[in-house]
Design a protein around this ligand. Structure first.
Ligand code: SAH
Length: 471
């Protein structure tokens, strides 16, 4: 699909405009394949997984209005508004709500904030959608803390769009490019909306961090967690955890999860969300992920699984060093910037943490961004590979291991009153097609006479092998 967006160049939100979606996906995959190759990493880069929704995938929009009541996004690196009618990336209902608000602002004579003169009422409008539950939040960012006629304004807006469950007035009186201020007043509803993600519920307030493309986020999380080999008794750390969505999704499969996040508000949300979902084996720590990892390493804590999902700048050398000290068996690294991820993977490699596969997810069609995920595990060149098989698997793999030689001897003695040697047992095993380690129990000298098992003893040993279901 070609977008033919008239403000493509000025807006700067999109990177692709005339390329088909298929072409965008090819381009993104190729770029990452080249990046990995250039860095001499032997990783199989899988073709990117396209977004379930090519357009209209964004669940959040922030616009500003100009004095002519036109709304739009800011021109790239300037403070000039680029007015638009509909944006390809937004869920369409959000632009419909904006059009309604535009008409209502004139009707209710709401003035628009003038940056230069620092006068006027409305600064921004923020809309967030919980797509899974069809709930909408509208935030009016204002230069004052009183809105005349707000009750009627809200009533009219909610009547037109019943999915609006809350309307919040955010007060920002400062001269700042930061959109949201500290003070908030709930004009309608509870002040938050609730969405569902991977079977859990999340409260979203005006400032909460929440993934932009819901359905693709589900696909990414599912992939990330499916890479793990989980038994149930693991301690997992979810670093750079935001509002704790990944750790909470994993929590019912492991013993304990610790979420680590720098943003205080996100940690507050994470704690509330855990409570709301009645998850008791997770707790959250408000800290810098690197400091946290260093402390864990100093205290020699036990960590089995490490999840990391850092911001675009990637992780740090110290974080990776601490990981090496902690020695988690499995590290899942999700990234929103392949360049910094590759830098970090090179560092991990120095400590013997390697990955075979990289999976790509297109979280933001039409933009240049890509999310990637890898599973890293420790594999020093001279390491023997530990294979964790449970007993059932062992039995299925090798009948040889079912009963020991001693058990067979004991059985034969008890049932037939015969004494048999290891040599005889291995001779019969061989005859029955059960693999016996080469030359096991054979005399060292080549031409030594090898005693042969009698018919009677052979039958007794076969009975034992049958008894132990080895033949
Ligand atoms: N894993 C979450 C959030 C990923 S975004 C999710 O899937 O939704 C990256 C997160 O890292 C943000 O929440 C950001 O606040 C947090 N962050 C950034 N720098 C950090 C640091 N130094 N230590 C801990 N968290 C950090």
């Amino acid at each position: 699909m070609k977008t033919n967006c008239s403000i493509f160049k000025r807006c700067g939100g999109c990177f692709y405009s005339n390329e088909s979606y298929h072409q965008q996906l090819l381009d993104k995959t190729n770029k990452i394949k080249q990046l990995v190759k250039k860095n001499n990493l032997k990783i199989n880069v899988h073709d990117i997984q396209g977004s379930p929704h090519e357009t209209g995938y964004r669940n959040k929009v922030i616009v500003a209005f100009n004095q002519q009541y036109q709304y739009g996004l800011y021109e790239e690196s300037s403070h000039r508004i680029v007015p638009y009618d509909t944006c390809l990336l937004h869920e369409p209902i959000m632009d419909e709500i904006l059009k309604k608000i535009q008409r209502m602002l004139k009707k209710y004579r709401v003035s628009i904030y003038d940056e230069k003169r620092q006068r006027g009422f409305l600064r921004h409008v923020l809309i967030r959608r919980a797509v899974q539950t069809d709930q909408t939040m509208v935030v009016l960012v204002c230069n004052e803390n009183m809105m005349k006629g707000s009750k009627n304004f809200c009533q009219e807006l909610v009547k037109a769009f019943p999915s609006i469950k809350t309307i919040v007035m955010n007060v920002n009186k400062r001269k700042t490019p930061i959109v949201l201020g500290q003070e908030e007043k709930v004009l309608y509803g509870k002040g938050f909306i609730v969405d569902e993600l991977c079977g859990l519920q999340y409260k979203i307030s005006s400032k909460s961090f929440y993934q932009i493309n819901h359905d693709q986020c589900v696909a990414l999380y599912q992939k990330a967690l499916s890479l793990l080999n989980v038994k149930g008794n693991e301690v997992a750390i979810d670093t750079y955890c935001g509002i704790g969505t990944i750790g909470m999704t994993l929590s019912n499969q492991v013993k304990q999860v610790i979420g680590v996040e720098l943003n205080k508000d996100a940690v507050k949300d994470a704690k509330n969300n855990a409570r709301m979902n009645k998850i008791e084996n997770i707790h959250f720590i408000n800290a810098d992920a690197t400091s946290f990892m260093k402390d864990m390493a100093k205290e020699k804590q036990k960590v089995d699984i490490l999840i990391m999902d850092p911001p675009r700048s990637g992780s740090t050398k110290e974080f990776i060093q601490a990981t090496n000290q902690l020695q988690p068996k499995q590290v899942v690294y999700i990234s929103c910037d392949p360049t910094t991820q590759v830098r970090d993977l090179l560092m991990f490699k120095k400590y013997g943490y390697v990955t075979q596969d990289m999976y790509l997810y297109d979280m933001f069609p039409y933009t240049s961004h890509v999310e990637t995920v890898v599973l890293l595990s420790q594999q020093k060149p001279d390491d023997t590979i530990e294979i964790d098989l449970d007993l059932d698997e062992l039995y299925a793999t090798s009948a040889e291991l079912k009963a020991t030689y001693q058990e067979i001897k004991d059985y034969v003695l008890k049932e037939f009153g015969l004494k048999v040697s290891n040599l005889y047992i291995s001779q019969v095993k061989r005859k029955c097609g059960i693999e016996v380690v080469e030359n096991y129990n054979l005399p060292k000298s080549e031409n030594a006479r090898v005693p042969q098992c009698s018919k009677e003893k052979e039958e007794a040993i076969k009975a034992a092998l049958k008894y132990f279901t080895m033949i």
